[in-house]
Design a protein around this ligand. Structure first.
Ligand code: AVJ
Length: 324
């Protein structure tokens, strides 16, 4: 069965053009602290590299979250109940999503929401093919803003918002608050949120996860420059930048950047950007939370944390939050 293209998809498509992305890139590189949004990592090569990161021995996040889900899929299914609509923020065709499609009781629909038409349709098609009994309704939208949900043929009994991978960590605390409020709205009455949240822990363990010995994370980080060269008319020399990732304990976050090896000028679509030797482009923040911090954050958005599952070392958490 091919996934349905919902009304929301048709309406929001035009909002995300190459021009908007270029403007955002130029704006980010014009600030005193040069920065690029982590969303630009995920072109085809970037997505492949991210998949490779998830398999790295140092990158504990994915494997730990998967193990938690595997251990508790029965409890999760019991809490969710039958005939829910599963709304995933981001288009995952990952093993975690598949575990839910298989483990939850007679889903009314699976609704992936993503800003990238290509990622969205690829993931939706692959899941629709593998799960012919589940209606897949992709929504092309920027999930930072409320969006319209599709109407599956069977009326869902409730909405479950799913946000795995600790992607919440990419947002500043203020952005995370507003994202959780959008999730609260989309969950609707009687709805719930199932979210993966990476936990604060020993600095060395976290830093190793973002500085792997095989250099995959470095390649992932540098790939954003190749993407800008290819898609946005840039002339970055990737050999003149190096990968840097440190854990900021005060803010509880990994700060990932690309550092210029020398003084240089880079051109992008007719604009010039000057770099000092040692100057950084901030490419990603990855926030880690304590259980108490995330609890407060959920409360601010109108959720109550109902159940928290973690691994034996408390590296990672999967949290089931009810709308209050
Ligand atoms: C997808 C945002 C959860 O922050 O760990 C992995 C992305 N960056 N290695 C993370 C990432 C570098 C990842 N998230």
């Amino acid at each position: 069965m091919s996934p349905r293209t919902s009304q929301a998809a048709a309406l929001t498509e035009q909002d995300f053009s190459v021009a908007d992305n270029l403007a955002e890139i130029l704006e980010g590189l014009s600030r005193p602290q040069k920065s690029l949004s982590p969303k630009f990592f995920y072109d085809e090569r970037g997505s492949q590299l991210f998949d490779a990161i998830c398999e790295l021995p140092e990158y504990y996040l994915t494997r730990t979250e998967l193990a938690i889900m595997r251990a508790h899929i029965g409890d999760i299914a019991a809490l969710v109940g039958p005939q829910a609509s599963l709304i995933e923020f981001g288009s995952g065709s990952s093993r975690k999503t598949r575990m839910l499609l298989e483990g939850l009781d007679r889903l009314a629909a699976y609704v992936p929401v993503d800003i990238s038409r290509e990622h969205l349709m690829t993931a939706a098609e692959s899941l629709a093919a593998d799960y012919p009994d589940i209606e897949v309704w992709p929504v092309l939208a920027d999930f930072m803003q409320p969006f319209k949900l599709p109407n599956p043929s069977v009326m869902p009994l409730r909405n479950i918002v799913y946000f795995p991978g600790s992607t919440i960590g990419n947002f500043s605390p203020a952005e995370a608050d507003s994202l959780l409020r959008v999730m609260h709205q989309e969950a609707g009455e009687d709805g719930a949120l199932l979210i993966g949240v990476d936990l604060q822990k020993d600095k060395a363990v976290i830093e190793r996860a973002y500085n792997d010995s095989a250099g995959v994370t470095a390649e992932f980080n540098l790939n954003v420059l190749l993407r800008i060269n290819r898609e946005f008319g840039g002339n970055f020399d990737v050999d003149l930048f190096w990968h840097h990732a440190v854990y900021n304990e005060e803010h509880g976050r990994i700060e990932m950047s690309l550092i210029s090896e020398c003084e240089q000028i880079v051109r992008i679509s007719g604009r010039s950007f000057h770099f000092d030797k040692g100057e950084a482009i901030l490419t990603e923040h990855s926030h880690k939370y304590t259980l108490a911090q995330f609890n407060k954050m959920a409360n601010r958005a109108g959720f109550a944390v109902d159940t928290v599952w973690t691994d034996s070392e408390q590296l990672f958490s999967v949290q089931y939050c009810l709308r209050v």
